[in-house]
Design a protein. Structure first.
Length: 412
């Protein structure tokens, strides 16, 4: 059960993701830090795993007397007043191999990440490798390494696993990071996790004076079944503002928009609407800035936003959004091995007519390679994306029963 969360003292200013294999305790750690269980979908509660991107906010404090970090205004160790530091948003990603494309969508919003590894399993597991590679693909270089479940393993096994983690992160963006042993279930060493987050993941500098832009990570119909027509609320979209400021009353454009059929042809049409509410850290505000996850209430028909149907779109000031691309050319850099496979399958060159899945921002789209030459691939997209040149794109290929991350590229 979630604990009742007190109102947070400020808007979140940084997004921190969770990385690691399924059942490493990512959601349990987020709950220990925030008091909120991120899995709310019925299937998530039934199976005990994260399926959709979850999120939770937490305020961090530091005791002015003994220096202990925590999530309360009063020090848990000495009872002295604690100084408020900042509010953070956690982006909790699924760890199951079949949900890798979902994880990649969430990774694009992260300013830093917690790499959570289990002391009960040999390190690395397949998705430990794949998640760490994915973080590097989207440019995440602020990583805190955590060894979870130390309460259920013998001391000699914890030490052996610790050395496995050291070997695993060697040569990666996490190399040299302190490895924090914890029990998320029993809230052991959570103060050390907060301390390391504060030291390793700073609040990024933001652009507030440019036209606002937000990749859409979630979209909802918040109306309960049977709501009278005159009481229906407009559709809600969620994400993290990457630049600029959103205010209640702003007119916004959503691209690529929705698929329409007219005159025997199919195409995507942008949506235009007005922001009628902003929800940040569980409270309504008139203005929302970069950092943290927000909910944006609109005048859209909720049928357009239900069940995450607008995920992958981009919302911003009309006529200021990146171009909509139905095909693209990318400079490709492939891994030597598919890191998400148990046997580390060799990655072969991309071929003409091959089917791929691309992640660009929060957008996930399938495509067919129309031309492959040297390290360049031209791809025709089944669903268009809204993206600028030089944007990083994650590339996945069908290997076995799922889509596996094989490399990345930059839009030419």
């Amino acid at each position: 059960m979630d604990m009742i969360q007190k109102p947070l003292p400020a808007q979140p200013v940084v997004n921190i993701g969770t990385l690691g294999h399924v059942d490493n305790g990512k959601s349990t750690l987020v709950q220990a830090l925030s008091g909120q269980w991120t899995g709310k979908h019925s299937e998530e509660l039934k199976r005990g795993i994260t399926i959709r991107i979850g999120y939770a906010d937490a305020a961090f404090y530091k005791c002015e007397e003994c220096g202990v970090y925590g999530t309360d205004e009063t020090c848990s160790r000495c009872g002295s007043p604690a100084k408020f530091l900042r509010v953070v948003s956690f982006v909790d990603c699924p760890g199951h191999h079949s949900l890798m494309v979902t994880m990649l969508s969430g990774a694009t919003l992260m300013d830093g990440a917690l790499l959570i590894l289990s002391a009960t399993e040999r390190c690395p597991q397949a998705q430990d490798r794949e998640h760490l590679a994915a973080a590097e693909v989207v440019g995440i270089d602020k990583i805190v390494v955590i060894q979870n479940k130390i309460d259920v393993v013998e001391r000699e096994n914890i030490i052996e696993n610790y050395h496995q983690i050291e070997d695993f992160i060697t040569g990666t963006k996490a190399e040299g990071a302190s490895i924090i042993p914890i029990s998320a279930q029993r809230s052991i060493n959570i103060d050390l996790v907060i301390e390391m987050i504060e030291k390793m993941i700073p609040t990024p500098q933001r652009e507030f004076d440019t036209p606002p832009l937000m990749p859409i990570l979630r979209s909802f119909d918040v109306n309960k079944p049977g709501t009278p027509a005159d009481e229906i609320s407009g559709g809600v979209i969620g994400g993290s503002i990457s630049r600029g400021v959103f205010e209640v009353g702003n007119e916004v454009e959503i691209c690529p928009g929705i698929r329409v059929e007219k005159g025997g042809r199919s195409y995507y049409e942008a949506l235009f609407t007005e922001i009628v509410s902003l929800n940040v850290a569980g409270r309504s505000v008139e203005k929302a800035t970069c950092g943290g996850l927000i909910g944006v209430g609109t005048l859209l028909d909720p049928a357009l936003t239900k069940a995450d149907s607008l995920v992958g779109n981009v919302v911003g000031k009309p006529s200021s959004l990146p171009p909509v691309l139905s095909s693209l050319s990318i400079d490709v850099e492939l891994f030597e091995r598919a890191l998400g496979t148990e046997k580390l399958v060799e990655v072969k060159k991309i071929r003409t007519n091959e089917a791929l899945v691309l992640n660009a921002g929060t957008a996930v789209t399938a495509g067919v390679v129309t031309s492959a030459r040297r390290d360049i691939a031209d791809v025709s997209l089944r669903r268009p994306i809204c993206a600028d040149a030089n944007m990083r794109v994650a590339i996945s290929r069908r290997i076995g029963e799922g889509w596996r991350l094989i490399g990345f590229g930059k839009i030419r």
